[in-house]
Design a protein around this ligand. Sequence first.
Ligand code: SAM
Ligand code: SF4
Length: 331
Amino acid sequence: MQSPTLIDSFGRAITYARLSVTDRCDLRCVYCMAEDMTFLPRTEVLSIEELTLLGETLCELGVTKLRITGGEPLIRGGIIKLMQNLGQLPLLQELCLTTNGTHLAQYAQALKDAGVDRINISLDSLNPERFRELTRFGDVQQVLAGIKAAQQVGFKHIKLNCVALKHYNADEAPDLVSFALDEGLDISFIEEMPLGRINSHGREAEFISSADLRNKIGARFDLHAIAHNSGGPARYWQVNNNTSRIGFISPHSENFCSSCNRIRVTATGKLILCLGQENSADLRAAIREHEFPEVALRNTLLNAIVYKPEKHDFDLQNETQILRFMNATGG
Ligand code: SAM
Ligand code: SF4
């Protein structure tokens, strides 16, 4: 039985939830985290059982697609068990993962066996020094090995994600597209969002619009817009007869809120109704502080959904409106 569904006060049906399973990470990407981060005590983070209950309840309320993210989900203890639990939910149509790829070579097969359909892998540069600079100590070879392993085990869909920063990696966009085309993968370029106070760069100084990126890519490839709609914020382009889709996620330059179908849950069980607003509800309290957690969780979700804001309100001049870092929110 799949009723009642989560419908907000603007008539948008919520069918997609992103769950962050940890705020921790083995990298420190300059746009995502400060160099010096304090992470949550483990008791504050939802357990594997609590995350499973959350996934199950969301599906009963009409969610058909779950994305597991973080922090880095593949460093969370019990991650394969969680994926196995979620992979068995009868109402779930798509189980997805977003990862930085550093541990993917090790886990690709187990994730596929658990029922993961789609994987997004972050890749901001192919150049080893630049990759290290952007992630503060990452090794791009590990990520490339992870991508290869994911291709070998045969996920339904693999997409690369690149956050484009004007002076770090924007000039590499055509090379990243070339890599995606050669490998038969999709790639999305994301405008940086002002989440959390960072110290490496000014967000405004590093801003490059999706249109400028398309011009850079268009100087090497014959790009044309396509009608594909993944139900999310990306708009897509293609190169001639190539099957790879090139997406652009443009929270600043091309607002996408009117069709938003998603919610996020942080590692501590805070329901985030919009990435760019502070409205939230405490799902962990519903689970931990009630005699019947299934009922309390369901009611909390149904009561909260009407507070989903109409739209985000990012403003690069006023840099940090949202104090949550992306790793805490779940990208
Ligand atoms: N660690 C995993 C990864 O890097 O793919 C999953 C979590 S990460 C927070 C999810 C996505 O958010 C990544 O693609 C990352 O590049 C993106 N991201 C992080 N901080 C961002 C920001 N300030 N603006 C836009 N995207 C951001
Ligand atoms: Fe870690 Fe992902 Fe954030 Fe990079 S973007 S620091 S890999 S959580």
